[in-house]
Design a protein around this ligand. Structure first.
Ligand code: SAH
Length: 344
């Protein structure tokens, strides 16, 4: 059975035509799924019973089950979803002054091996399909009965290691006849898969690109992020410059501050040197401690000093609010789960 949420509207039209039905039926189905947010073909009451039965035979609605929902003292919520094949993934819902943001996962597990991230260290499962990425948003919206305004691809997985499905999901999420979340309200974060940064520049999408930078020289970055051995800083920074030249869009650099590792004034100076003159913004993340992780969060004093140094030297920098750390929902704390060990 095919997951009906894997199709954007144009593809759905072809599918429905293939069933011997008129194309406009696809528009009706798309509206039921993404505007009315129904969970069952039987709720699509302007379709004939015959068509509903045909749909049920060929397609699944892929409704994730909520295994667990945890709420943080700051209002952040973390969902553990059963993705219907024995795996479970986490999705986070955050409240900002400008609306609700969902942090979606793109893979079951992650291959990148960043030393400070909890998604590392557990066996990689598989890529999520486009429909499974989209379903995370629908399932949360159905649960809270509210629409989401922003999406960040910052959950489990490396979005650019599942490039095609992520691009497809973005276009489905973005479709004005469906969820209609503007590309400007969607951010994609990568650990630095250079060839995909070039591909992304050519997508003609208005999404924000975030780059997980975290260090300013190859030695330090490689010690934190093995991906740096494949694409070093010089290649990464060149790709970023080319991306900006091509799209004229600002890049957001993520920099997780770890005590005595990358948080002193020398690091701040090197960061200014690296980013000087680029159309960019720096998002400082107080590093979150993970199980068996060797990195410790910087002191508040150092974090503020670091930010102020960047701002005083022409690099716009903000400190990311730490949301959901009491329920392990903060940056770097999400991990793939196996349904069998849910008791832990
Ligand atoms: N794979 C993508 C998407 C993950 S996004 C990427 O690497 O960009 C999550 C962001 O949180 C990334 O910038 C990631 O480097 C950062 N992060 C991971 N572990 C963290 C931790 N323990 N504390 C703070 N930030 C962390």
């Amino acid at each position: 059975m095919k997951n009906i949420k894997n199709f954007n509207l144009e593809e759905l039209k072809d599918e429905i035509e293939g069933l011997g039905e008129k194309k406009y039926r696809a528009e009706q189905i798309f509206k039921w799924i993404y505007v009315d947010k129904v969970k069952d073909f039987d709720e699509m009451t302007n379709l004939s019973i015959e068509l509903r039965n045909k749909l049920k035979e060929k397609y699944t609605m892929c409704n994730f089950k909520i295994i667990r929902k945890q709420e943080s003292s700051d209002g952040t919520e973390k969902y553990l979803f059963d993705v219907l094949d024995g795996n479970a993934i986490e999705t986070v819902l955050m409240e900002y002054h400008h609306g609700k943001t969902i942090c979606v996962s793109s893979q079951i597990g992650c291959k990148m091996g960043c030393k400070f991230c909890a998604s590392t260290g557990i066996k990689f499962g598989r890529n999520l399909e486009a429909g499974e990425i989209v379903e995370q948003i629908l399932a949360v919206e159905q649960d809270i009965q509210e629409n989401i305004s922003n999406i960040v691809f910052m959950g489990i997985g490396e979005p650019f290691d599942n490039y095609d499905n992520v691009m497809k999901a973005i276009r489905i999420i973005n479709n004005q006849k469906g969820l209609n979340i503007g590309a400007r309200h969607i951010s994609v974060s990568t650990s630095g898969l250079v060839p995909k940064i070039y591909d992304f520049a050519n997508e003609d999408l208005q999404c924000t690109l975030s780059i997980s930078l975290h260090a300013t020289n190859d030695q330090k970055r490689s010690s934190m992020m093995p991906v740096n051995n494949m694409y070093n800083l010089e290649q990464l920074m060149q790709a970023c410059k080319d991306y900006i030249a091509k799209t004229n869009k600002r890049i957001s650099f993520e920099y997780a501050l770890a005590k005595d590792n990358n948080d002193n004034l020398e690091d701040a100076k090197a960061l200014v040197k690296l980013l000087k003159g680029m159309l960019c913004h720096v998002n400082l993340i107080p590093i979150n401690k993970i199980e068996n992780g060797k990195y410790i969060k910087s002191t508040n004093e150092n974090i503020i000093k670091f930010r102020d140094y960047l701002n005083e030297n022409g690099i716009v920098a903000t400190i990311r609010r730490e949301l959901g750390s009491d329920i392990d929902a903060a940056c770097g704390q999400l991990r793939r789960k196996n349904l069998k060990d849910q008791e832990e």
